[in-house]
Design a protein around this ligand. Structure first.
Ligand code: FAD
Length: 385
C-alpha cells in the first residue's frame, strides 16, 4: 500500500512515521526547500507525548523537553502570585509528563527519525485528482505522483481541503496578536521549572522551560487584525502594551531578540465534519485549526496520525473504509478541542471584561484542583488515554 503525504510539519511527519510503522510505503512532499518552523516552541501535553512515544521517540523527545513541574499565575502589575501548584498530580493521573520543546528541535527530531532523504522538498502541491484505484497529486514544479491514498497535512491554509469539503472555508480571527520566542533561562524572570503566566487587562505574558536552558515565552494582546508588522518596533510595541507590568515582564522584553521573535495574528476555523473524501484524508491543521489557548493543535495532529495508522492496520475492508473510520473517530474529538480553546481564548483575552475579571478573582482561590481536572479531561480524551 502506498501513500502520498503532503506537508512535512508535525502532522505530516507524525503520519509518515506512523504509517510506515503500519507497513505503508510513504513519501512526503513538502512545499518549502528548507524547513523553518513558524513559531518558537510548543507545549506537547501528555496526550501528544504518548503519541510520539508510540512512534518510538520517547527518549529523544524527553531529552529535548523542558522540566515543567509547577504552574503559577501572577498578577500583571504587582507580580504577586495568584496561585501556584504542582503538576505532579496530573502526571500521576495520566501517566506521562508534559513536554515543552523548541519547534526547530521537534521538527528535526521527526524529520531525522523518518529520514531527511525520504522527503521531497520543493514540491508545492497545486491540485489532487482521484481515480478508481488511487490518487494523483500535481505539483507547481510540473511533476506529479500517484499512490493508493493521500494524506493532506498541508496546514491551516490547506489547498487540498476544498477537494475534500467541496467548498472553501475561511479562517476566523480570534481577536488577539501573539508574540513568541526563546530566551535564556533567567531566575530573575521566572523559575526554571515552572510554567509562569502574568495576567491582567485581558493580556498575558507566559514563560515555559524548554530544553537547552531556554524559556519559550509569549505575549498576547487583544488587537484589531492587519496592524503594521515591523520587527524593529517589537520592543517599543511590547513596552507600550505592557507598560506598568511587573519588573519580570520588563526584564523579559529587554532580554528578547527581535530578530527571532515571531508575531502571529491568532485564528481558528469553525469545526467541520468531513475529513475524508474517498482516498484523500485531511490531517492536523488542514482538518482542524484551533487557537493555541489550550496548547492542543499540534497534539491533535499527532493523535490524528496514530488513529489513521491504527485504522489502516487493524481493518481489512479497504482503504476508503479505513479512512472513514479515521474520520469518525477524529471529528468529535477535534471539534471539542477547537471549541474548548475558543472558550478559553475568550475568557483569557477579555472578550467580556466581567467574565475575565471573574477569572482573575477565581485564580486567587485556585488550589490547582480545577485547572488540573480540566487538563486531565482533555488529555485523557486522546486515543491513547
Ligand atoms: P503545519 O505545522 O502548518 O505544517 C504544514 C506543512 O505543510 C508546512 O511544512 C508547509 O510548508 C507545508 N505545506 C503547506 N502547503 C503546502 C502545499 N501546497 N504543498 C506541499 N506542502 C505544503 N499546538 C500544540 O499542540 N501545543 C502548543 O503549545 C501550541 N502552541 C501554538 C502557538 C501558536 C502561536 C500557534 C500559532 C500554534 C500553536 N500550536 C500548538 C498549534 C500547532 O502549531 C499546529 O497545530 C501544528 O503546527 C499543526 O501541524 P500541521 O503539520 O498540521 O501543520
Amino acid at each position: 500500500m502506498k501513500a502520498i503525504i503532503i506537508g512535512a510539519g508535525m502532522g505530516g511527519m507524525s503520519a509518515a512515521i506512523a504509517l510506515r510503522r503500519a507497513g505503508v510505503e510513504t513519501t512526503v512532499y513538502e512545499a518549502v526547500k528548507e524547513m523553518k518552523p513558524v513559531g518558537a516552541a510548543i507545549s506537547i501535553w501528555p496526550n501528544g507525548v504518548k503519541c510520539l512515544n508510540a512512534l518510538g521517540l520517547k527518549a529523544p523527545l524527553r531529552a529535548l523537553g523542558g522540566d515543567m513541574a509547577w504552574v503559577a499565575y501572577r498578577d500583571a502589575f504587582s507580580g504577586s502570585t495568584l496561585t501556584r501548584f504542582s503538576l505532579a498530580p496530573l502526571v500521576q493521573q495520566v501517566g506521562e509528563r508534559p513536554c515543552p520543546v523548541a519547534r526547530a528541535d521537534l521538527q528535526a527530531l521527526l524529520i531525522d527519525h523518518y529520514g531527511r532523504d525520504a522527503i521531497q522538498f520543493g514540491h508545492r502541491v497545486a491540485g489532487v485528482e482521484q481515480h478508481a484505484h488511487g490518487v494523483t497529486a500535481w505539483f507547481e514544479n510540473g511533476t506529479h505522483v500517484s499512490a493508493d491514498f493521500l494524506v493532506a497535512a498541508d496546514g491551516t491554509h490547506s489547498v487540498i481541503r476544498e477537494a475534500v469539503l467541496g467548498e472553501r472555508v475561511t479562517r476566523r480571527y480570534a481577536g488577539y496578536v501573539n508574540w513568541n520566542g526563546l530566551v535564556t533561562l533567567d531566575a530573575r524572570i521566572a523559575p526554571a521549572d515552572q510554567w509562569t503566566t502574568f495576567v491582567g487587562e485581558g493580556k498575558r505574558v507566559s514563560l515555559m522551560p524548554v530544553g537547552g536552558n531556554r524559556f519559550y515565552f509569549f505575549f498576547d494582546v487583544p488587537l484589531p487584525p492587519g496592524l503594521n508588522q515591523d520587527r524593529s518596533t517589537i520592543k517599543s510595541d511590547l513596552s507600550r502594551y505592557f507598560s506598568g507590568w511587573a519588573p519580570e515582564v520588563q526584564r523579559l522584553i529587554a532580554a528578547l531578540d527581535i530578530q527571532t521573535t515571531n508575531r502571529v495574528e491568532i485564528h481558528d476555523i469553525e469545526p467541520f465534519s468531513r475529513f475524508v473524501n474517498g482516498r484523500i484524508a485531511l490531517l492536523g491543521d488542514a482538518a482542524h485549526s484551533t487557537t493555541p489557548d489550550i496548547g492542543q493543535g499540534g497534539c491533535a495532529a499527532m493523535e490524528d496520525a496514530i488513529v489513521l495508522a491504527q485504522m489502516l492496520s487493524t481493518h481489512s475492508l479497504g482503504i476508503e473504509d479505513a479512512l472513514r473510520r479515521y474520520e469518525s473517530r477524529r471529528v468529535a474529538r477535534t471539534r471539542d478541542l477547537v471549541l474548548k480553546a475558543r472558550k478559553r481564548c475568550d475568557v483569557t483575552h477579555g472578550k467580556d471584561a466581567a467574565v475575565t475579571a471573574a477569572w482573575y478573582a477565581e485564580l486567587k482561590q485556585e488550589t490547582g484542583e480545577r485547572v488540573l481536572a480540566g487538563l486531565c479531561e482533555t488529555i485523557e480524551g486522546g486515543p491513547l488515554g
